[in-house]
Design a protein around this ligand. Sequence first.
Ligand SMILES: Nc1nc2c(c(=O)[nH]1)N[C@H]1C(S)=C(S)[C@@H](COP(=O)(O)OP(=O)(O)OC[C@H]3O[C@@H](n4cnc5c(N)ncnc54)[C@H](O)[C@@H]3O)O[C@H]1N2
Ligand code: MOO
Length: 411
Amino acid sequence: MTAETVATTAPTAWGEARNQMYEAGRAAALAPVELPVEEADGLTLAQDLVTLTTLPAFPTSSVDGFAVRGDAPWTVVGKVLAGHSPAPLTGDSTAVEIATGGMLPPGAEGVLRVEESRHTGDGRITGRLRETIEWRRPGEEAELGELLVPAGTPVDPGVLGLAASCGYDTLRVHPRPRAALRVFGDELLTQGPPGDGRVRDALGPNVPALLRRLGCQLAPGAVGPVEDTLEAHVAAIRSALAGADLVCTTGGTMHGPVDHLHPALAELGAEYLVNTVAVRPGFPMLVARVVGDDGRARFIAGLPGNPQSALVALASLVEPLLAGLRGRALPALGTVELAEPVPGRGDFTHLALVHVDAAAGTARPMRHVGSAMLRGLAQAHGFAVIVPGTSGEPGARVPFVPLPLLPGERP
Ligand SMILES: Nc1nc2c(c(=O)[nH]1)N[C@H]1C(S)=C(S)[C@@H](COP(=O)(O)OP(=O)(O)OC[C@H]3O[C@@H](n4cnc5c(N)ncnc54)[C@H](O)[C@@H]3O)O[C@H]1N2
Ligand code: MOO
C-alpha cells in the first residue's frame, strides 16, 4: 500500500494495529552490539545469559569465624581472608580463622561462628558447630552453563549485577533506537503565552521526553515548527530519517489545506503500515515504513496534532513498534477496575485517561480530557481501554495502558 492509494482505507482495529506495529518492529529489530556490562543498562539482552562459572565458583564461608577439621578443641594454624586461595587443612583438630567470603580450605569440615567460639586455657579454640552449614557450596546458586535470564530480557541493575557476578565483561544487547521529532504547524509558538490565533507547541517538549522514557535516544536536529509547505515537510522528514530509526511527526495527519504529511510520505516513497485506527481520540494516527539505500527499514509515525491524540498514538502504535525494535516482548496489558462510568465510542475503541488509586485498585476517569487538552493527561496514570460496542460500567475490569512514567512521577 503506497502513500497515494489509501486516503479512503478503513481504520484498523486498535488491538490489531498494536499487534501489527509490534510485528513490524520485531522484523526490523536493531542489530545487536557488544558493550561493556556497565554500559548495557536499559538495553535489551540479545543473548541468553548463561553462567560462565558455577555460582558460587568456590566454597565460601558465609560467616566470620573458624574453618575447622576434626573434633574440638582446635589448634588455629592460619588465617583466610576474602580474596585469598588457602592451603589445605590437613591436620586433625586444626582450624584456620576465616572471614565472610573467604574460600574454604580443602579439607575443612565445618565453620564455627566467632561469637559461638571460646578460647581454651591452652591457646586453642572450642565451641559447638551448628546443624546448618555455614558456607556456600559451589553451584548452590547456579551450575556452570545454566540459563539465568533469556534473550529479550530488559537489562536492569539486577541483570547487570548478575552478569558481572557470573563472569561477563561484555553483553550482546540491542541498542537504543534513535528517534527524531518534527513538529508541523505554522500556528505554533515556541516561546511566551499563546494568543492571536497562535498556540504554544506542547509536543516539542512532550514527545521527546516520552520517547526517552520508551528507551530511545533522541537524534540531534531542529524539531521545528516546520514551515507549512510540502517541500519543507519532505526536507524535514528526509533529514530526520538520515539519523534516526524512527521519525515522529506531529500534526498534518488529516487532509486540510495545509496538511502536507500524506503527500510528503508519497514523495518519500513511504509504505503505510497503519493509516488511521478505530480509536478515540487520535484516529488519524499512522505509521509508515521507508526502506533506505542500505536496505534497512526506518519508520515514520504520524501523530495527530491535537496533543492528547498524539499521546494516544504514541501509546497505541509507537510503544509496541519500539518494543519490537528493541528486541523485547510486546508489553502485556494489565487491567483496572473502573470506579465510575466511562462512555464507549461506538465502533471505535475508547482510550480514556484515568487516575489509578493503587491502594483501592480502582481507576477514576479524569476531567479535562478533550483531545486538545493536556490538563487531565498531566495527572493521569494511563488509559482505560473501553472496547468497541461497550461502555465502561463501575466495577468492570478493563484493559489498561500505562503512561511511560518513571517511578515516583505520579505518586
Ligand atoms: N474535517 C475534519 N476535520 C478534522 C477531523 C475530521 O475527521 N474531519 N478530525 C479531527 C481529529 S480527530 C484530529 S486528531 C485532528 C488531526 O489533525 P492533524 O493531525 O491534521 O493536526 P493539525 O490540523 O495540524 O492540528 C490539530 C490541532 O492541534 C493543534 N496542534 C498541532 N500541533 C500542535 C502542537 N505541537 N502543540 C499544540 N497543539 C498543536 C493545532 O493547532 C490544531 O488545533 O483533525 C481534526 N480535524
Ligand atoms: O484524534 Mo482526534 O479528535 O480523535 O483528536
